[in-house]
Design a binder for this molecule. Structure first.
Ligand code: NZQ
Ligand code: ZN
Length: 390
């Protein structure tokens, strides 16, 4: 196991009715004026936004709002939020939504105290040294941004989708997680969220680090729990217990605990980010296409951990033919994704004729000559993997 620092100071407030505590929580973390950030309208339609505004009014916490954050969020809304915060003297940001809303809130939080373009952080031209505090009311388990120090933003003119990771400054101060708020999710968003959660675990699990039994078993147990709970939330969207388990799994999958001490991979995520940047597809659905293709390629090139995944997660009997075990696991994983309504090929994702050369070019322009750690992949290999997803 490698050396590591694990610092996860977010206060998670989980369960029914917990959004009613938002006023106490923003006050506890020192807010004097709040920017509420939200998405394309789901929180308006289900009246969550109204309840949050009422809660803040009750405590006399002044606020302003910024709505209209789109999935695969773009830089223009970040600039709008930075201007609004400066103009209104906002000192706390409350994200009400999913990864797109939270990531926009985080980007705004970095940009307000910075005397330059917030995009500098995403292209590694500058390092985040301070950020406004932020809190979250989560409405979709998927990106795990409620517990992570990451933010992913797309620059609208160049379609660069890039991320920053600043755990010490960008982990939310608090995250309110009421599983009931996820009942209104469209099935495709629920399923895409599940694929993203599983991918966050698998990106960490597929590594070459020795002596990681605790982390491995944590990942395997979590994946098994998700495989059990996922069909329940698809069949019964208002099954509280299943929604609660999926919601909590989304946090654990991505707050870092599943990767402590390991060399994480992330090639599939970076490959998917190019797909959602260029074709604006749902990130989790894109992963349901890319990750099995990555695993298929690995079955022929570096099979060990894929075979372990086959045996321990899918109960495929151990055999000397590890490639066969790995390929069976890919089939099980694909069938699982299909069973919850997800695509597993580019065509099913709605991209019958993807410009794979463009994806490869952009990927290596953004991420360098090699991506991934389980096997370091150059242009030749990432091209082969994209082709396996056709
Ligand atoms: O915009 P509204 O109207 O709210 O609708 C949203 C959106 O259309 C809808 N939705 C959310 N909660 C709902 C709901 N609809 C009904 N009822 C509810 N309770 O769901 C749609 C997707 O929302 P979004 O925020 O985009 O989902 P997600 O959480 O999957 O976030 C995706 C973004 O996060 C990034 C992805 O790349 C993508 O840009 N990621 C962020 C990460 C991080 N910060 O750590 C890590 C991830 O790997 C990921 O890359
Ligand atoms: Zn993801």
């Amino acid at each position: 196991m490698n050396n590591f620092t694990f610092y996860s100071p977010t206060e998670f407030v989980f369960g029914k009715g917990t959004e009613n505590q938002v006023n106490e929580l923003v006050t506890k973390y020192g807010a004097t004026k709040v920017l509420i950030v939200y998405g394309g309208g789901s929180v308006v339609r289900n009246a969550l936004l109204t309840r949050i505004e009422e809660s803040l009014n009750h405590q006399s916490v002044p606020y302003v709002t910024l709505g209209g954050i789109q999935p695969n969020p773009i830089d223009t809304k970040v600039y709008e939020g930075i201007d609004l915060c400066r103009h209104e003297n906002v000192d706390f940001i409350l994200a009400v939504g999913g990864g797109s809303v939270i990531d926009t809130a985080k980007a705004i939080a970095t940009g307000v105290p910075y005397n330059g373009d917030f995009w500098d952080f995403y292209i590694q031209k500058a390092v985040v040294k301070s950020a406004l505090n932020l809190g979250v009311v989560l409405t979709i388990p998927a990106a795990g941004s409620e517990g992570s120090g990451n933010s992913v933003i797309t620059k609208s003119d160049t379609l660069q989708k890039l991320s920053i990771r600043v755990p010490e400054l960008l982990r939310p101060r608090f995250a309110i997680m009421n599983p009931e708020l996820t009942y209104t999710l469209p099935p495709y968003q629920t399923a895409s969220g599940i694929a993203d959660i599983m991918a966050h675990i698998m990106e960490r699990y597929f590594n070459n680090t020795a002596e990681t039994e605790v982390t491995d078993r944590l990942c395997e147990g979590l994946l098994k729990a998700i495989i059990t709970e996922a069909p329940k939330v698809i069949k019964e969207p208002d099954n509280y217990g299943a929604r609660a388990n999926i919601m909590w799994s989304g946090m654990i999958a991505h707050n870092g605990i599943c990767g402590v001490g390991c060399d994480e991979d992330w090639a599939s995520h970076f490959m998917e980010h190019e797909v959602s940047a260029v074709y604006n597809v749902t990130h989790g659905a894109g992963l349901a296409v890319i990750f099995p293709a990555w695993m298929t390629w690995m079955a022929s090139h570096h099979v060990e951990k894929i075979a372990q995944f086959a045996h321990r997660v899918w109960d495929i009997p151990e055999s000397d033919n590890k490639k066969d075990m790995a390929l069976q696991a890919v089939t099980y994983l694909k069938n699982f994704f299909i069973s919850i309504g997800l695509p597993v090929t580019f065509e099913q994702l709605g991209i019958p004729d993807p410009d794979i050369n463009l994806l490869v070019e952009k990927l290596h322009q953004n991420k360098g000559e090699y991506v991934g750690a389980y096997v370091r992949l150059s242009k030749k290999e990432t091209l082969e993997i994209y082709k396996l997803a056709l």
